[in-house]
Design a protein around this ligand. Structure first.
Ligand code: SAM
Length: 435
């Protein structure tokens, strides 16, 4: 019988995409994938280190896995992803239950690493760079959905925001050649996929080394040219995330306006409404720059939904700074807001700043911001009631057997009456109430 591997994924869409890619490689090297720790010969935890809480969760999970499978001979345990890349060999000392540490660029070498561990090598470690010939192919069987696919277009980050660990865990920006992205999308169309998400830490910083695939597509930046090229494949729905404010060129909106299949959703993380804090965060944008970009989005001929991320309690954030964030959130009136309490990440510049905001103050700011946002969000949501919007029917709703659930082109979850014959179809749904 083939050895069975179970992969559990924490964190962002990039990790989901890495898991899909790792699973594809493992299958082609003769492994089977399974759905639980109990059935597995190898357990891999694909980890996230963006905040301390996420990192702690991984160590708790290693303990649970070993408790479920106490005999070291029965199962190998490996850590993949950002915690693996950052902590490296020290993981073997902190968590002796771990047999393999697989860095963020070693996704294509997992099967040979497992073999080394199976052959008796202890503490197998790979923190090396990607190989030049690494493949990005993901088999449809390993995708997280039969209708929606994540397509990495850029890896890593060059921005070095003072709070963020990503440049250290994922290395420098590396863009995939456009022709490979387009081939992957055409292939997905043949399998009936209806929606792709172009993903990366900063998709709009896309800058491939080669022109291949972009010839004939004009635009002010390589990313807006890529959007036009992807739209021309005819894939019914195209979304992209995350956009970095400083690199957000208005031509992205022009590309959306000219192509119906580029969806009505922009995620543009602001992090703070205070110029003083934005400077300490080293974001490379100020409140005014950011609001100029929002003005262009809001004046679009298409109704674009807008979402953002905010960090509360960044070192040195005063009550006045926080009030400026509150007012920006009211002014922008987002469709969704992801709020994070600042989490100190060792090795980042902000880790050396004095953490002046207490945990209870961070919680108070979190709740106040959430309240202000909810009020604005209710207004945004109520404006959709009575409108018909296009929704991809993704699966049966967990709430009721006679309901389906899916995302709208503006990336909202919509539940509606329908049977399984509609799954995978794009349907028009009349919005009758908001949550
Ligand atoms: N690359 C994107 C950008 O910079 O706009 C965001 C990527 S990050 C993985 C997702 C979100 O996590 C960030 O937008 C930020 O709000 C949050 N985040 C990152 N580092 C954090 C930290 N040290 N503490 C709290 N939240 C953090």
């Amino acid at each position: 019988m083939k050895p069975r591997v179970y992969i559990e994924t924490f964190g962002c869409q990039m990790n989901v995409a890495d898991t899909e890619r790792a699973a594809t490689g493992l299958r082609s090297s003769g492994y089977d994938l399974c759905d639980s720790v109990d059935e597995a010969d190898v357990v891999l935890l694909n980890t996230c280190s963006v905040r301390e809480k996420a990192e702690r969760k991984v160590y708790t999970r290693i303990g649970e896995v070993r408790a479920a499978r106490p005999n070291k001979q029965d199962v190998l345990v490996g850590l993949m992803g950002c915690v693996a890349q950052l902590e490296g060999a020290s993981i073997f000392n902190n968590a002796p239950a771990v047999d393999l540490v697989i860095g963020t660029r070693a996704t294509d070498r997992i099967s040979s690493l497992i073999e080394r561990a199976q052959n008796g090598e202890r503490r197998v470690l790979d923190l090396d760079e990607r190989g030049e010939t690494d493949v990005w192919d993901v088999s449809p069987a390993q995708r997280h959905s039969p209708h929606v696919a994540f397509i990495p277009i850029i890896e890593g980050c060059n921005k070095f925001c003072s709070f963020c660990i990503v440049p250290y865990s994922r290395g420098r920006e590396r863009s995939r050649p456009a022709n490979l992205i387009l081939d992957e999308i055409r292939n997905l169309q043949q399998f009936g996929y209806k929606e792709v998400h172009l993903i990366g830490q900063n998709v709009n910083s896309y800058r491939p080394r080669v022109e291949s695939g972009l010839e004939g597509f004009t635009g002010a930046t390589p990313f807006s040219r890529l959007l036009r090229a992807v739209a021309a494949t005819g894939m019914p729905r195209i979304k992209f995330t995350t956009s970095f404010p400083r690199d957000f060129h208005p031509d992205i909106i022009s590309a959306i306006e000219a192509n119906e299949n580029l969806c009505n959703w922009i995620h543009l993380p602001v992090q703070s409404g205070s110029d003083r804090i934005l400077k300490r965060m080293r974001r490379g944008h100020n409140r005014g720059d950011y609001l100029d970009r929002i003005a262009r989005i809001k004046s679009s001929t298409r109704r674009l939904s807008l979402t953002t991320d905010v960090i509360v309690g960044f070192p040195g954030e005063t009550d006045d700074d926080f009030r400026q964030t509150l007012s920006l959130i009211e002014d922008c009136s987002y469709d969704a807001l992801y709020i994070f309490k600042y989490s100190r990440r060792r090795g980042t510049p902000a880790a050396d700043f004095e953490d002046t905001v207490s945990e209870s103050e961070k919680t108070a700011r979190f709740l106040e911001l959430e309240n202000v946002h909810r009020r604005c969000q209710q207004k945004v949501y109520s404006s959709y009631v009575g409108q018909t919007i296009s929704v991809l029917a993704e699966r049966q709703s967990s709430r009721s057997e006679s309901d389906l659930t899916g995302h709208s082109t503006c990336h909202k979850v919509v539940n509606f009456k329908g049977d399984e014959s509609l799954e995978g179809e794009i349907v028009d749904v009349l919005i009758t109430k908001q949550k």
